[in-house]
Structure formats: C-alpha cells, structure tokens
Design a protein around this ligand. Structure first.
Ligand SMILES: [Mg+2]
Length: 278
C-alpha cells in the first residue's frame, strides 16, 4: 500500500476514533475487542500462557520421548527440536483491525483483512516475542508458524513478524501458509505432519481448537468441548491456548452454517438462543 493511502487510512481511523457517535453502540464485538485492547487481564492471561510453556521447556527438550504430536511424530530420539505456533491472535494481535471494523460499522471481509495484513501493523501478543526468541536464540529450537493466512500474504506476514523480532529461519521456510503447497489445505494437520516428520515438536500454541487437532466439519459447540477434553493430558504441558474472545471457530460452531457478516439479525438471534440462563 502506498504511503499516502496508508497515511490517509490512518487519519480516517483516528478521526472515526474521536467521534463517539460512529460505530454501532450495540456492536457485539465491542466488549471483546476492548478486553483485548485495554485490560490488564488479557495481557496477564497471554503472558501466563508463555510463562507456563517456558517453565516446562527444558524438561521437554531433555526428554527424548516428549512430543506434542504423538500421532504424527516421526521416529528417532535425535531429531532436532521445534515448536509450532499459529499466527493470528497467538503471536500477532489483530485487535486493531477489529477496532477499525467496529468504528467503520463494517463486517469482516477477506478484502479488508488482506489490506490489513499487507499494512503489517499487527502488534505482538504479550509474552510471545520474548518466549519464542529465548527458545530460538538460547536453546536453538526452530520455531514454525502454521497459519490460515493465504500464501499470497506470506511476505507481508514475514515482514510483520520480523519487525517485532520474532525468530524466522534463514535456511528454511518456517512460515507455512494455507495452500502454499499443493497437498496443504486450510486444515493444519498436513503441515503439522510435515514438520513432525523431521523435528520433534515439543509444544503447540494457538487460539483455536483446530490449531491443535483436526475438528470434523460442522462440529457443534458441545462436540468441540468434548473433543478438547479428550486431550486433557496435553493442555498446559504440550498444548497452550491463548485467549481470543473476538472471533474463532467457536463462533462458527454457534452459527451452524450461517454467515454472521451477511445475516446479522439472525446471527444475534441464534446467539441469544445459545445462552444458558439456568
Ligand atoms: Mg489464530
């Protein structure tokens, strides 16, 4: 994006931010976005996740049987060590994009998302750079990023990560995008399997259940909870979940095929119907 356009967009956003009447007063994204952007509680929750991982990292590295991918892990105790992190809302915080959407009173779209990614303005999630840099620099661990961002956004994503000091390998591609290879879809298991064939993967980081396991298409909210709990022994030792109240497959599961961006009123009706008052 040209500098002038970028400057113009920023001025526009700043003007909108200062105008209290813009943005829907009842926008249901308001509370979750403010929680991420302003609360000490969010910052602490994120830092806590990486601190929990750090406390166990040396034990994980020193135990040759330790793996975060027991069903995919390649053979041999001498494999080099890696961790896998999702990008959005796991290491990069896109709450500014959500804030713009609220202030501009617009729903999410692929086009505006791609513009935001190309801008490269996402901040790091609290605690992420510090921990992943420590792993890479002090412990020689390779950090892979497995993201649903499209392959066309790889350079912009790399630049955004690099600007904040996230470790990126000079010798191999550690940023694995959707459909970057013919046999990779938007599910992440094929990419996890590829990494686990050559590395012992000791930890996974994500903000969405699909960052850790394959979830059947159309799984209900209850089914998602049940699946997550079948892996209870993994959470907090090998798998680490970041909080993301703004969006995720949890919301799609509530919608059961409905696109909330296109049918706002019906989406809200369904959400209200999912509340459990007793
Ligand atoms: Mg994510």
């Amino acid at each position: 994006m040209g500098l002038l356009i970028r400057a113009g967009l920023l001025v526009g956003v700043i003007l909108l931010s200062s105008c209290a009447t813009r943005g829907s007063q009842s926008d249901e994204r308001l509370h979750s976005t403010l929680w991420v952007q302003t609360s000490a509680e969010y910052a602490v929750a994120a830092v806590q996740v990486f601190a929990l991982a750090a406390a166990q990292a040396d034990a994980a590295m020193n135990d040759p049987t330790w793996t975060a991918l027991p069903e995919l892990q390649g053979p041999g105790p001498d494999l080099p060590i890696a961790v896998i992190a999702d990008v959005d809302e796991t290491v990069l915080d896109n709450s500014a994009f959500a804030a713009r959407n609220i202030l501009l009173d617009r729903q999410y779209s692929g086009e505006t998302w791609a513009d935001w990614v190309r801008e490269g303005a996402a901040d790091p999630v609290p605690g992420a750079v510090e921990y992943l840099r420590w792993l890479a620099v002090q412990r020689g661990v390779t950090v892979f990023y497995v993201t649903r961002r499209e392959a066309s956004l790889e350079a912009a994503t790399r630049a955004n990560l690099s600007r904040h000091g996230f470790p990126l390998s000079d010798t191999e591609d550690t940023l694995l995008m959707d459909y970057e290879q013919p046999d990779w879809g938007s599910d992440k298991n094929s990419r996890r399997a590829k990494i686990a064939s050559r590395y012992r993967v000791i930890q996974l980081f994500g903000d969405n259940l699909a960052d850790f396991m394959d979830i059947p298409e159309g799984a209900s909210p209850k089914e998602r909870v049940r699946l997550a709990r079948t892996a209870e022994h993994m959470w907090g030792s090998r798998w680490f979940m970041l909080p993301n109240p703004i969006y995720g497959d949890w919301e799609a599961a509530l919608m059961d095929g409905l696109d909330p961006a296109k049918e706002e009123h019906e989406a809200l009706r369904r959400k209200l119907g999912e509340l459990e008052p007793t």
